[in-house]
Ligand binder design. Sequence first.
Ligand code: COA
Length: 134
Amino acid sequence: MKLTIIRLQQFSLQDHSDLQKIWPQADTHALERQLDGQHQLYAALFNERLLAAVQVVITGNEGRLSQLMVREVTRRRGVGLYLLEDTLAQNPHITRWQVANDADDSAEAIAAFMQAAGFQFDAELQHYIHQQSK
Ligand SMILES: CC(C)(COP(=O)(O)OP(=O)(O)OC[C@H]1O[C@@H](n2cnc3c(N)ncnc32)[C@H](O)[C@@H]1OP(=O)(O)O)[C@@H](O)C(=O)NCCC(=O)NCCS
């Protein structure tokens, strides 16, 4: 089965269980209630299971990504990069993306990952930024 990136709006029981594995501290029911046009959630689906997810807040032409997380057993297989790239591709009207600095991994690992995804570190904002070329 193919890896696909989906926008989740209502969670199935399986989604709750998978998201709990991705974000063990999260209250997935509260998260689900927050979702609307501005507050979105994208996840990587493979074999009917969610392997990774990211939260997105859209404000006008700006998008802010947070809690990007790939399940540990699935890391370094391109899932994180695909999730990030496809989330951007599904929101073509967004001209500026920002990634919140809430990393678990080492700074070097995040820097390498964000560079692979085409983001640049803004030292003033202490955030990674991606400007979409039109
Ligand atoms: C950071 C994270 C999202 C990366 O996801 P992933 O699916 O493992 O990454 P990918 O396989 O898509 O990696 C793409 C590229 O990023 C770079 N990269 C990713 N993880 C890396 C690591 N640990 N060390 C060095 N480079 C890394 C590599 O260039 C990699 O390409 P390669 O494997 O061909 O060398 C994942 O490790 C994770 O969930 N970490 C914990 C949460 C976290 O820190 N989130 C980041 C918030 S900003």
